[in-house]
Design a protein around this ligand. Structure first.
Ligand code: NAD
Ligand code: DAU
Length: 371
């Protein structure tokens, strides 16, 4: 089992990166149901985390203020900066003796990639390239290093009614977002084959949980219900996504980092497919109960809107390999996870309001008009 010493986490102030760092320092939020019963990682992780985040609209360093207060300058280092800055990457690898990279930083929202693809290419392709170059330069004479690329099931394209993506499914990305992620993945592989860089990749399905930016389906719907706004469902609402709790995703990433084989990729998913319209029903039920709203009037706010261009119909992940080879299994059941997520948003309305008053709102207004 690899020991993680000096871990460069890119995009650690975003949704999944925040949860990953909290996971490493054993700070995940409590959960009801059958969640969080496995062994805490704190006993195993005694290293340092260097969080490099440019703080795009989606990054919020306050997500980690408790970690900063306890470990800042000792085991946790926040660096505001971008993966576009090769000079900065060079000095970080040197100054901190980085031996592990967990590369979350990305432009992550499909709708945004349709409206403005350029930054997706800059960050997800060129940024990944810069990071690979820094690792190649600094890890020439080092062993026990690892570059882990966080990727998505969207690189595989879209499924019909049956079947699931395996690690052997050919890449067929269909949005500027997924194409940029696919390009990043290909570069990562190429550095393994060409330069022998010790890489691993993971392709995960849709995540949900605390700290997710309220532009994504689940937190957007929770928030719109709370604010009495319309609930916009794209197209016929029958598109299918496979939802996995961010905690289960991060447990899988940790396993790959410590036990995965270099040059390998691992699919991660919830084996938990929902049509968007049915998922929205479940969200409405949960939020209405917890926030004391009348379900029927919330339901009346469902609004079928123009479909997302090129909207992928269905994603489903076959995660047999990571289960078989690394012993991973999902521990969060979806009902408990959804409840925990709704509870978190109810208890953290200040977090949401702060985000809504910032860059996010201006961007939405410039591109969409007000919702
Ligand atoms: P997010 O948008 O919430 O966070 C992205 C983070 O990256 C932000 O903190 C942002 O400030 C930072 N960032 C953006 N550009 C940067 C740059 N140039 N340099 C440094 N930092 C930069 O995204 P997320 O949902 O947490 O996704 C994290 C990763 O996981 C992404 O690579 C995404 O493709 C992948 N992924 C996401 C999901 C999902 O359901 N959210 C599923 C599978 C894979
Ligand atoms: O599958 C993994 C991917 O999941 C990640 O790689 C992406 O980073 C992440 O954003 C997510 O992409 P999706 O496009 O699937 O997520 P999103 O939350 O945007 O949408 C989920 C589904 O809900 C999708 O079918 C589109 C639909 N939708 C979304 C929004 C925001 C709506 O119907 N209405 C909405 O307002």
């Amino acid at each position: 089992m690899r020991v993680l010493n000096n871990v460069l986490v890119t995009g650690g102030s975003g949704f999944i990166g925040t949860n990953f760092i909290r996971f490493l320092f054993n700070r995940e939020q409590g959960v009801s149901g059958d969640g969080f019963q496995d062994k805490a990682p704190e006993a195993e992780f005694s290293g340092r985390v260097i969080n490099l985040d440019s703080l795009s609209y989606a990054g919020n360093p306050a997500n980690l203020s408790d970690i900063e207060a306890e470990y800042g300058g000792k085991r946790y280092f926040f660096i505001k900066g971008g993966i576009g800055d090769s000079g900065l990457l060079d000095s970080l690898f040197g100054d901190y003796g980085v031996d592990t990279v967990v590369h979350f930083a990305a432009e992550s929202h499909v709708d945004r990639s349709i409206l403005g693809p350029r930054v997706f290419i800059e960050t997800n392709v060129l940024g990944t390239f810069n990071l690979l170059e820094a690792a190649r330069k600094h890890w020439k004479d080092r062993s026990e290093t690892r570059f882990h690329q966080i990727s998505t099931d969207e690189v595989y394209g879209s499924l019909e009614e049956s079947g699931a993506f395996t690690e052997d499914t050919a890449y067929a990305p269909r949005s500027p977002y997924s194409a940029s992620k696919a390009a990043g993945d290909h570069l990562v592989y190429s550095y393994f084959h060409t330069y022998g860089l010790p890489v691993t990749l993971s392709n995960c399905s849709n995540n949900y949980g605390p700290f997710q930016f309220p532009e994504k389906f689940i937190p957007l719907m929770i928030q719109n219900i709370l604010e009495g706004k319309a609930l916009p469902v794209y197209g016929d609402g029958k598109n299918i996504r496979d939802w996995v709790h961010v905690y289960d995703h991060n447990r899988a990433v940790y396993l790959v980092l410590t036990c995965g084989k270099t040059g390998e990729k691992y699919n991660i998913g919830g084996e938990n497919e929902w049509e968007n319209r049915t998922l929205l029903d479940a969200i409405i039920k949960t939020v209405s109960q917890k926030a004391g709203r009348e379900e029927a009037s919330v339901r009346a706010a469902i609004t079928y809107v123009k479909d997302r261009p090129g909207h992928d119909r269905r994603y489903a992940i076959n995660c047999g390999k990571i289960k078989r080879e690394l012993g991973w299994k999902r521990i969060m059941n979806f009902e408990a996870g959804l409840e925990q997520t709704v509870d978190w948003y109810l208890a953290n309305q200040n977090w949401v309001k702060t985000i809504q008053s910032g860059e996010y709102l201006r961007w939405i207004e410039n591109n969409y008009g007000s919702r």
